[in-house]
Design a protein around this ligand. Sequence first.
Ligand code: ATP
Ligand code: MG
Length: 364
Amino acid sequence: MKIESITLHNFRNYADESILMGDGINIFYGENAQGKTNILEAVYLFSSAKSHRGAKDKELIRFSSPEAQISMKFYSQQRSQEAKMYFYQNKNKQLFINEIEQKKIKALLGIFSTVIFSPEDLELIKDGPEARRRFLDTDISQLRPNYYKILKDYGRVLEMRNNLLKKEKIDKDLLEVYSMKLAKYGAKIMIHRQLFIDKMKQKAKEIYFFISDKKEELSISYRPSIDKTYELKEKEIVPKLYEALSSGEDILRRSTLKGPHRDEVIFLIDGKDAKSYCSQGQQRSIVLSLKLAEFVFMEEVLGESPVLLLDDILSELDAKRREKLISFIKDNQTIITCTDKDFYYHLDKPFIARKIQNGRVIGK
Ligand SMILES: Nc1ncnc2c1ncn2[C@@H]1O[C@H](COP(=O)(O)OP(=O)(O)OP(=O)(O)O)[C@@H](O)[C@H]1O
Ligand SMILES: [Mg+2]
């Protein structure tokens, strides 16, 4: 899949801009705060219906404008298509695909896919487990649109169960119904996460080894909140999770203590926990390795390359790691932002470079 063009209307600091995208590497460079990341944000919105920096819809609308519109012509499923998204101050956003309004705002899942690396992703290593679960969930949803629905169902039942547990008098029958449902949805989530990590970890390890100039080894492991589920089938996890939910502990603590909402993912560099010991450059290298591994994995599953979005990838990396990383960028459509023009002197592939200045694209 690839983007043919994107148009931004009253989106962030863009009044009205249309940008044609090249099939290969597209570089947007410029000083800080000019609008480089805003372009990536618009592209990412089409693939996941939310901002990669967690912005609210209202914040995407240009200051003092009533609404914003972004549209994108793209090639996917062997044909040119068009998607449009409208953002409003006081109502939900709308998505149109080929002029037809979509009931589901995530209707482009699986049709238009991206893999993004952005500085915000560095939280993946240092922040709490929630950031790592979010990473898994966002990526698996792009690969398996049904996963997103299971997550929502799980979240809904979890909320109801936690509300019930906070009541003075707990209806035990209802609690059991919720526990059974949670076990059913939870097992599905755990299986998807396990599979995803299994697929990713070898690839990410190879990429990290390469970026670190064969000096360091990355390992990733999935730590679900209930033990010994590794290599179990979904049918076998359901009773285990149900049992964990029925231990009585939840009633004492008035909260659901086990389940995928408590899962953890551990990153180790040379056997040491990355969260506690990694330098800035190592963190960045881990996240980049993960993203590039995810890209390869998505390519396999989708049978098409997703669009790769790389926001400010090189800062904090030393010359050797920079060089290794750049050599990893392929010919498929990639959108790169950077402040430093030096970046592309190292590229040995064709590219299109455009300057971004105050919400305008210079040299279209
Ligand atoms: N809703 C909005 N309306 C108008 N301007 C906005 C809005 N939201 C953000 N901006 C402005 O957009 C500008 C550019 O944002 P962006 O994050 O794209 O910068 P950038 O070029 O990636 O910079 P950096 O190199 O620092 O990452 C910021 O100056 C910000 O004030
Ligand atoms: Mg930026």
